[in-house]
Design a protein around this ligand. Structure first.
Ligand code: NDP
Length: 289
């Protein structure tokens, strides 16, 4: 049986550290980290995710505000709100909750966010800095959280074979870049990949982010591999499932994340981390993490 990588425990430890740093920043400078989330439309999953972000932000003593718009909101209204938030002194991080309703171009609206407040790391400037490996920008939250979980198993990733299944801008692609920066030997799989089982089997580290419940069976997993399951899928029964078949995978993996309770809590914590970093930068203080 494999080790279960409990994202809730790792996230709780990280939150304590962030909470202490936020307190220090406020005592020293009077600045309380502030996060604003723009949510457009009534996607129930988005609503749930934003609620979680609010709960955890407030727990750490951050200021949190949610700006909700109906799906038919004209572009100019959204543009104006982003502009106001860019200028607001009490807001250090801004998130545009995705997905946006049909007809709204996420790339356009993401590009309007001040890069210094783009704590999701999706502004082209931050993405460019990240992919060039020059630092100084924000790294997308889910891959950042996944890397922290991997590091609970492997101190040093150099030379390990990693496979990332999924190549989205939000998860797969930045995850692959992070693993490459750690000197892994990398393969990236997607919906057109041939012989996915062989690629998965060659991986010491397998990260799966495709959005298909229990798609990766245990027999595709190398014995002893570390498996990070990013997928969150609601089954017809109402139960949540990852992209990996947890029951069979845990018989072969060396370590594996559960769903729920694996990557999800780390995504939120990475967002809190990035927001704190933005607040430190705003205050002109060096960020210690
Ligand atoms: P996207 O739909 O944007 O991307 C899915 C990717 O998976 C695509 O690159 C697609 O390939 C690839 N893919 C789809 N089917 C297959 C297949 N059969 N074999 C190989 N590759 C395949 O999804 P996201 O990256 O945004 O999210 C993926 C999952 O992660 C979802 O379940 C989502 O809910 C979850 N998620 C969880 C988070 C968390 O905090 N735990 C945060 C964000 C997402 P192609 O490019 O060829 O179409």
């Amino acid at each position: 049986m494999s080790k279960i990588i409990d994202g809730r425990i790792v996230a709780a430890e990280k939150k304590e550290q962030l909470s202490a740093l936020a307190k220090t920043l406020e005592e020293k400078t009077g600045i309380k980290p502030g996060l604003a989330v723009l949510r457009v439309g009534d996607d129930p999953a988005s609503q749930l995710y934003v609620n979680m972000k609010g709960i955890h932000s407030r727990e750490l003593g951050y200021h949190f505000e949610e700006h909700v718009f109906p799906a038919w909101t004209p572009s100019e209204v959204l543009e104006q709100r982003i502009k106001e938030l860019n200028e607001a002194n009490h807001v250090h991080g801004i998130i545009l909750q995705l997905p946006l309703p049909l007809g709204l171009d996420k790339f356009y609206f993401l590009s309007l966010i001040d890069p210094a407040k783009d704590v999701d790391g999706l502004h082209p400037l931050n993405a460019g800095k990240f992919f060039q490996g020059i630092g100084g920008g924000f790294v997308p939250c889910t891959p950042l959280g996944c890397l922290e979980l991997i590091k609970t198993v492997h101190n040093d990733l150099e030379g390990l074979n990693a496979c990332v299944v999924g190549r989205s801008l939000l998860v797969g692609l930045p995850m692959a870049a992070l693993l490459l920066q750690q000197n892994c030997t990398l393969s990236i799989a997607h919906s057109k990949t041939q012989n996915l089982p062989a690629l998965c089997k060659a991986a010491n580290i397998l990260v799966v982010a495709i959005g298909s419940p229990r798609f990766i069976p245990g027999e595709w997993i190398q014995k002893g591999a570390t498996v990070i399951d990013v997928g969150i899928n609601r089954l017809p029964t109402g139960e949540l499932a990852g992209d990996v078949d947890f029951a069979s995978a845990r018989l072969r993996a060396g370590a594996i994340t559960p769903v729920p309770g694996g990557v999800g809590p780390m995504t939120v914590v990475s967002l809190l981390r990035n927001t704190l970093e933005a607040a430190f930068h705003y205050a002109g203080e060096p960020f210690p993490l």
